[in-house]
Write a protein that binds this ligand. Structure first.
Ligand code: SF4
Ligand code: SF4
Length: 95
């Protein structure tokens, strides 16, 4: 699907008309950089979960938290906010 055909489907202002419908928008396809958590450095503070604008990080008290790459758009906010720098951003496809 081309980006122009996607644009035509958006309502004015790209407002969300139906509550809960954002779950259908898999923002992970936007990503060029991907966050990776270093398990050894992570303290489990959950600040990454708190700051993630896409709710792509779990808050299930797992250490390290789990990232749902279907919705992570690669903005890097979690990496920026992690107080112990346990999250690095790597190029998509990099190991
Ligand atoms: S912000 Fe950093 S240290 Fe805190 S839970 Fe997330 S990855 Fe772990
Ligand atoms: S890169 Fe952005 S969208 Fe992805 S988990 Fe981190 S804060 Fe959330």
């Amino acid at each position: 699907m081309s980006s122009s055909s996607v644009r035509k489907k958006l309502p004015p202002g790209a407002i969300i008309l139906n509550a809960g419908s954002t779950v259908k928008t898999e923002t992970g396809s936007w990503r060029s950089l991907k966050p990776v958590i270093d398990e050894k450095k992570c303290t489990g503070c959950e600040l990454c979960w708190l700051y993630c604008p896409d709710a792509a990080i779990s808050n299930s008290k797992s250490k390290p938290p789990k990232i749902d790459y279907k919705y992570c758009k690669g903005c890097g906010i979690c990496a920026n906010e992690c107080p112990v720098k346990a999250i690095i951003m790597v190029a998509e496809g990099e190991k």
